[in-house]
Write a protein that binds this ligand. Sequence first.
Ligand SMILES: Cc1cc2nc3c(=O)[nH]c(=O)nc-3n(C[C@H](O)[C@H](O)[C@H](O)COP(=O)(O)OP(=O)(O)OC[C@H]3O[C@@H](n4cnc5c(N)ncnc54)[C@H](O)[C@@H]3O)c2cc1C
Length: 475
Amino acid sequence: MSNKQFDVIVIGGGPGGYVAAIRAAQLGFNVACIDEWKNAKGGPALGGTCTNIGCIPSKALLQSSENYDHAGHHFADHGIKVEGLSLDLAKMLARKDAVVKQNNDGIVYLFKKNKVSFFHGRGSFVKAADGYEIKVAGAAEETIAGKHIILATGSNPRPLPGADFDEENILSNDGALRIGGVPKKMGLIGSGVIGLEMGSVWRRLGSEVTVLEALPTFLGAVDDQIAKEAHKAFIKQGLKIELGVKVGEVKSGKKGVSVAWTNAKGEAQTLEVDKLIVSIGRVPNTIGLNAEAVGLKLDERGAIVVDDDCRTSLPNVWAIGDVVRGPMLAHKAEEEGVAVAERIAGQHGHVNFNTIPWVIYTSPEIAWVGQTEQQLKAEGRAYKAGTFPFMANGRARALGDTTGMVKFLADAATDEILGVHIVGPMASELISEAVVAMEFKASAEDIARICHAHPSLSEATKEAALAIDKRTLNF
Ligand SMILES: Cc1cc2nc3c(=O)[nH]c(=O)nc-3n(C[C@H](O)[C@H](O)[C@H](O)COP(=O)(O)OP(=O)(O)OC[C@H]3O[C@@H](n4cnc5c(N)ncnc54)[C@H](O)[C@@H]3O)c2cc1C
């Protein structure tokens, strides 16, 4: 038996794991967190996919590339002349890396502040013995023991069969965030959140981007009206989007990548690109956990089987985040981490899956919470819809960014808000008001009667709520 005993051992230091560790420590537990991520120098890099090759670096590059795009195409509208504009991609990538490091270091600080013991290496089950013994394989090897185990081992990108990631020509999100020169032509397989964000970055920096999507509809999970508006905006920006395609053979060579594909009409096509990003989903990661040693149950997708409270098939073993069912989102992982720590402490932690916001950080941004109009129709629910365009919003005009709208969906009888959908400027920030409203079971009228600052984009939210009763004031 190890002499290092913990109340709670968290395996995985991404947003699910590190937040679970901090919350458990706040609740008075003696906590360890094991994470194997290595930075370029082989040292620890806490924060998981989200911090290292996901949410944070993608947003850093989205911001930088948007600034570049604005300087090149939109500053002139404001009377600002830019001469000799040029791109220092190496500096842009270095800034992104610095942002990532600030976040890595921030978590180290938070662990110290909360007295979470950190172990750098791979954690795997040894055996169940009055709690669980976990081996940590890092620079050295040691075994630690814990009464409760929280598994937060995240996910990995799904490769396209026959076109493995080489991160040179065929890129996952990892390679897509560190291309050393702007590719002339870029292909993107999959038009999900990650693919669209990566495609936007490189298009703004000058690549000609073609998106191949197998599904016949664009952004199928998004409200139809919002998805159509976004599609229009992306096409206008120059993104080529092909829907309903079948991807065939992918050949990668010195000159780039060639993709054989069939369009929706069944015509054979070939796409020749310098780089190909494959973004067709993510696979739960349990590699190296030695789950067999303790009989941990996985489903057919490889996800750890959990109940509504994140309990696994083993007593006192919990699992959260991308490695379990539910949306693969950092904030969902964090909420589950907090809830599990509280359940271990005998409290009633809770995650409301109906009010988890979704955001796509493209330009225009897309954000939503709750049900879409097509879902309500399929359910046969009586609802009212109200929309308000940013074109009629003073702040959006002042920003010079009037694409898109806010859309409210409310129950026809009770006026309870059932969904809010936004495409347009700062949708990622605006959606919070809708999340709060839905958590408090607000009606559309509640939002319509609240005073919103003028001029602000949030007035479009209030006006969309007013539109439910066909009484917008500014449209
Ligand atoms: C390009 C991109 C952009 C994204 N943007 C967003 C966004 O804007 N907003 C959003 O909400 N989500 C976003 N996501 C999704 C988000 O990154 C994930 O949902 C989130 O990281 C999941 O958190 P997690 O804690 O479950 O796992 P992860 O963040 O994947 O962390 C798991 C950690 O566990 C470690 N690990 C795994 N196995 C072991 C082991 N046996 N021993 C020790 N350590 C181990 C891994 O090394 C890793 O550090 C994005 C993802 C990508 C790829």
